[in-house]
Design a protein around this ligand. Structure first.
Ligand code: NAD
Length: 256
């Protein structure tokens, strides 16, 4: 129960990786502010099962004002914001010259600028208490590119740059800032990419196999629970000198 009495805010935690991380943080004793679209009640019910206080804020993280309201509400409701997990993210796949401008703008806003805004707003409280953990969910696409993912790759590389900057700015404090870089995790975000491959091949299991074979040598998915366990380690005292890392969890993707 290393997070007993602490509060975590996890953006994009009504689904996938965010929900998996929120569960692990709650299991370790944290009160949790969830965020994201879709079935908030189901997410609250799932995370509440660990017995800590759980709430949900509906902020659209593409909007700085709504992010401000979410951070203030977290601090008001739970008394502090100790663990910030920037996880909300979207994907769009198209060649650069056909990439819709509005998709570029929303991916940069949701996957990158929101990370700037939450950190900007959470840091003063963390500095006051001289303790904080910031975990930014980047991607292997923060370290290498894939074709047709211009906005996503640019945003995820940006998240790693931002992470390193904040790690330096907090280096002499009890606040750490790190990034996680997952390979393929089977969530709705990836299911959409499998579905579009399957529309070409007509066979979902073949589409899944091809998706993994193309990039992920383990031929197996990373799980949200594994990422939650790593996030929890980054919250521990053992990780107090892990600063500015971009930690890949990718079934060997980046070893190639
Ligand atoms: P997901 O689609 O299952 O979940 C995304 C979450 O973000 C949902 O809760 C959704 O409601 C929320 N969200 C989307 N737009 C939002 C907005 N404007 N405001 C607030 N919330 C919003 O996706 P996931 O696969 O769990 O992805 C989570 C994060 O992990 C993303 O940043 C993604 O880029 C990253 N990631 C995913 C994979 C993967 O293989 N799934 C790999 C590497 C990195």
């Amino acid at each position: 129960m290393i997070l007993q009495g602490k509060t975590a805010l996890v953006t994009g935690s009504t689904s996938g990786i965010g929900l998996g991380i929120a569960c692990k943080l709650a299991e370790a004793g944290a009160n949790v502010m969830l965020n994201g679209f879709g079935d908030a009640q189901a997410a609250i019910a799932r995370v509440s099962a660990y017995g800590t206080r759980v709430s949900h804020h509906p902020a659209d993280v593409s909007d700085a004002e709504q992010i401000g309201a979410m951070v203030s509400q977290t601090e008001r409701e739970f008394g502090a914001l100790d663990v910030l997990v920037n996880n909300a993210g979207i994907q769009y796949v198209a060649p650069l010259e056909h990439f819709p401008v509005e998709r570029w703008d929303s991916i940069i806003a949701i996957n990158l600028s929101s990370v700037f805004h939450t950190m900007r707003l959470a840091l003063p409280g963390m500095r006051e208490r001289d303790w904080g953990r910031i975990i930014n969910i980047s991607s292997v696409h923060g370290l290498v590119a894939s074709a047709q993912k211009a906005a996503y790759v640019a945003a995820k590389h940006g998240v790693i740059g931002l992470t390193k900057t904040v790690a330096l700015e907090t280096a002499t404090t009890g606040i750490t800032c790190n990034a996680l870089c997952p390979g393929w995790v089977l969530t709705p975000l990836v299911q959409e990419q499998i579905d579009s491959k399957a529309r070409v091949h007509g066979d979902p299991s073949r589409a899944t196999r091809e998706l993994l074979m193309e990039k992920q040598p383990s031929l197996d998915f990373v799980t949200p629970g594994q990422l939650g366990d790593l996030a929890l380690f980054l919250c521990s005292d053992a990780a107090s000198q892990v600063r500015g890392a971009a930690w890949n969890v990718d079934g060997g993707w980046l070893a190639q």
